[in-house]
Design a protein around this ligand. Structure first.
Ligand SMILES: Nc1ncnc2c1ncn2[C@@H]1O[C@H](COP(=O)(O)OP(=O)(O)OP(=O)(O)O)[C@@H](O)[C@H]1O
Ligand SMILES: [Mg+2]
Length: 237
């Protein structure tokens, strides 16, 4: 049994002429791990490395002991990109059946995935006519099809109302309780408190790593946003 879902060693990524990730060493274990940082800091790039679609300049990323992107990981890792990956002109059900075929998973998993994201009442609706939150949940259902052991979710709650956001976070914790390692990014600092563990990122580096309580205490701040600012100011001083 591999202890960590993800082990990243000395990961270095350059996009265009810009260094986007700078010699990162990160592990991701059980529970819900949040990757938080401002727009452009490198969150999506890091997630792309985890699923093996990002060209890297150096370092190693392993997932359950195999190099990120290996075919053995195909149905062990679920990935939801920042842009929705479902087809607007297909219904929820048609989308899921299509992706189940692509992923080579049993179509019987469709029902369970629809149920997990609570879209039963909308499964025959065309995705283009769903609300933003329902759409996000449809994308998430696709990622759940293979019963992944690691879920990589890039800003899944952007633009959702507070009730839907709370629902989704509850779902992430339910999945984590059932053994899925959940790695979720956000640029909204107020989502930090919902994570079991937090990685704060800035300009391609991890500037803090710990539980929300640990990070706040260490920075002497009352909330994560203030902790982030205190850490940035401390580093500049
Ligand atoms: N295809 C690309 N070519 C060159 N540079 C890129 C490319 N994609 C992203 N970048 C740059 O890499 C950096 C990190 O981008 P990334 O998308 O990882 O940030 P992010 O933290 O996910 O931001 P956001 O919160 O806005 O989604 C940015 O400076 C961005 O401009
Ligand atoms: Mg991004």
């Amino acid at each position: 049994m591999v202890k960590n879902a993800v082990e990243i060693h000395d990961l270095h990524v350059v996009r265009g002429r810009r260094t986007v990730l700078e010699h990162l060493d990160i592990t991701v274990g059980a529970g819900v791990t949040g990757l938080l940082g401002p727009s452009g800091c490198g969150k999506s790039t890091l997630m792309r490395c985890l699923v093996g679609v990002q060209q890297v300049a150096g370092g190693a990323v392993s997932v359950f002991g195999d190099p990120a992107g290996s075919s053995r990981l195909r149905d062990r890792v679920g990935y939801v990109t920042q842009a929705s990956s479902v087809y607007d002109d297909l219904t929820v059900d048609e989308n899921l059946r299509f992706f189940a075929r692509v992923l080579g998973v049993d179509p019987a998993h469709v029902d369970r995935a629809v149920d997990a994201v609570d879209l039963d009442d909308h499964r025959d609706q065309v995705v283009g006519r769903l609300s933003g939150g329902q759409r996000s949940r449809a994308s998430l259902a696709v990622a759940l099809l293979g019963e992944p052991d690691l879920l990589v979710l890039d800003e899944p709650t952007v633009g959702l109302d507070p009730v839907l956001r709370a629902d989704l976070w509850r779902l992430f914790h339910d999945l984590a309780d059932r053994g899925t390692a959940v790695f979720v990014s956000s640029h909204v600092m107020d989502e930090a408190e919902r994570c079991d563990r937090l990685l704060l990122m800035r300009e391609g580096r991890i500037i803090a790593d710990g539980t929300p309580t640990e990070i706040k205490e260490k920075a002497g701040a009352g909330n994560i946003e203030d902790a982030f600012l205190a850490i940035v100011r401390g580093a500049a001083a």
